[in-house]
Design a protein around this ligand. Sequence first.
Ligand code: THG
Length: 279
Amino acid sequence: MRTILRGKNSEVVIDTDGPVVIIGESINPTRRKRLVATLQEHDFSYVIELAESQIKAGADVLDVNVGFPGVDDVKLLPETVRAIQEKFDVPLCLDSPNPEAIEAALKVASGKCLINSVNGKEESLKALLPVAKEYGSAIIGLCMDDEGITNDPQKRLGIAEKIIERSLAVGIKEEDIIIDPLAMAVSADPKACLVTLETIRLIRRKLGHNITQGASNISFGLPDRESLNAAFMAISIYNGLTCPIANPEKITAIVRATDLVLGRDDFAVRFVDYYQSRC
Ligand code: THG
C-alpha cells in the first residue's frame, strides 16, 4: 500500500514495500524548555532551527506539536505551520489532541498533511474524519478507544479495523490511513514492546496498511535511550513499521542500516550516501 504526502512542491511516498520514511519528532515541547519559551513569544527561530537540523539528518516529514500547558494551539499550530512552510518544502504531520487546532492548521497548510491523530473514541472519529475528508489529508489511526489502551494485540487490531471502516464510510481512501499500534514505556510494563510488536505483525498481515509509532516512547525513564530505541526500531521495521516518528539525528543511521539488511537498498546506495553526508 502507498500513502502519498505532499509539501508545497514535494511528494513523499510511504510504501509498505519500500524504504522507511522518517517523521522527525523534535518539534515537540516535551522536555524542551527553549521551545516552550520561544513559542510563547511567537518566536519561530528555534522551530526553524529544529526543522533544518532534522531535514539535514534525514527527516522526510516533520511532526509539528506545539502542546504545552496554557497554549492556545488553535492560534499557535497554524502560525507554526506557516513559519515552517515559508522556509521548507517537506510534508507536515500535525500533532495535536485538539481537533480545532488541526483544522485551523489545515486551513493554512499547503500540500497534503498527515493528521496526528484520530483514535477509536466516538468523539475523535466524529470530530476528525470529516475534516480529513474535506482537506484531503491522510490520518494516523491510534489503536485506543473509549475503553482506553488495551494490552491485547487482537483488541488493538479490532480498533484499527473500526477506524478504517469509519474512515472509508466518509470517503477517506484506504491508503490514506496509517495505523499507530501504540508504543509505550517498557520501564512501566516489561511486556509493552512485545504487545506493540505483535500488534504491528497483525496489522501488516491482516490489514496491509502503513504503520507508524512514536519510536522514542518506549525508553522514557531509562538511561541510554539511544541503544534501546535502536534495538526496538530494527525489530519493529522487520515486522512492518514503515514511518516511525523519531529523532532523525539519532535514528537515521539505524534506519538506513535496517533497510539495507532487509534488501530495500540495492547496492547500499542510501546507506553509503547517508554515511558520507555525516562525515
Ligand atoms: N504516536 C503518535 N504521535 C506521537 C507519539 C506517538 N507524537 C508524540 C510522541 N508520541 C512522539 N514524539 C516524541 C517527541 C519527543 C520525544 C519522544 C517522542 C523525546 N524527547 C526527548 C526527551 O523527552 O528526553 C528530548 C529530545 C531528544 O532527546 O531528542 O523523547 O506515540 N502518532
